[in-house]
Design a protein around this ligand. Sequence first.
Ligand code: SAM
Length: 434
Amino acid sequence: MKRRGRVVALGAVTAVLRDGRSLSGAFDAAAAGLEDPREGALARELAFGVFRWLPRLDAILPRLMTRPLKRKDTDVRAILLLGLYQLLFTRIPARAAVAESVALSREIGKPWSDALVNAVLRRFQREGARILESVTTSEPASYAHPGWLIESIRRAWPDAWQRILEAGNSQAPMTLRVNARVSTRDAYLERLKAAGIAAEPAPYTSHGLVLQRPSEVDALPGFTQGAVSVQDAAAQLAAPLLELELGHRVLDACAAPGGKAAHLLESGPAEVTLVALDKDTRRAPLLQNTLDRLGFSCDVIIGDATSPQSWWDGVLFDRILLDAPCTASGVIRRHPDIKYHRRQSDVDALARVQRSLLEALWPLLAQGGLLLYATCSILPQENQQQVLEFVESRSDATPYPIESEWGRAAGPGRQILPGDHGMDGFYYALLAKR
Ligand SMILES: C[S@@+](CC[C@H](N)C(=O)[O-])C[C@H]1O[C@@H](n2cnc3c(N)ncnc32)[C@H](O)[C@@H]1O
């Protein structure tokens, strides 16, 4: 019964837990070559589900075992987590969930593990209700987020923290951005309808469509030809904020995989010169693929935005987009492994990186130009605090008001909280150069 899908989920979960891989990367690698879309959907549901609920599953597991598993048996732990996830959060019949987990344990060459998997999952069937009641008295197990993050979110958003945590445990919708150079949103909506795919306009966007159910990209009409891209509605708010004009020279300083760069090219006047920079040699090809699929060309540079002397030609930019590396605390629903990978100390470290990016890029902006600072974080240290401190340190930087109805005012910019109108959590602040 969908054994391949479970094997893929096991491969992905093990790679994240054991090797520290990102879930999306590990999942794509494990799922390569999987042909049956139903197997793929099951694999995704199980692997992403385990990380969505990991803080709770991790609290339950030790109560079902007499001895902890060794690190070298991370694959067995992954089988148990997958089994618990199925028993707790899916409609898969319990008997099938246990039997399939035992069958999965026979795939890993550890003959002792099938008895253990069977015993642990059966014990959960007998004692689960009591164990669940006792573990969910702790906040991390109850809200399924790490304790430090719950605390940071509660402090930052006292009126919304529980809603934010709930959004972090939900499944994000699939949202599309219709290529404005190819068609209108209404025309593409008709194409979707004809293909049997239900969707509705994404609020606050001119070209966003939210699908009723996620779809394989290959099933989207014209995807390969660049008619449409996958991008959350919150991310689609970046390009219009930059108010591109004819002849502008624009820098996208952290551009891979190219979602916002492509949107700039789609929505701005044709005569805009875009330099798309990213320092990650593995991510830069994704940026090129995005541009190729959409039929755009621009100057793609692999380089470090904090050392412009290594890549900049000395000509100032009228617009700079700094979509900064961040904790990604606003997109946990899309990348639930953030709950596992992120540490509290990362916030300080990332805030330092963001500050150095701001410092390095500001001199590249022409007088009268605009810099858009963006993160997919909801933590003030990376957002309003960061931008405020920067503005206070520079006499030539002034906040440029964002006149919009989305999000809420946060320091010099605006914050969208995860789940607001179905969107990802994002922060935007515009700075003008005097
Ligand atoms: C939030 S992602 C950008 C997403 C992209 N703007 C989009 O819309 O598809 C941040 C990117 O910053 C890049 N990055 C991090 N530090 C950098 C640096 N010092 N110079 C250039 N790029 C950097 C990362 O490789 C990553 O691709």
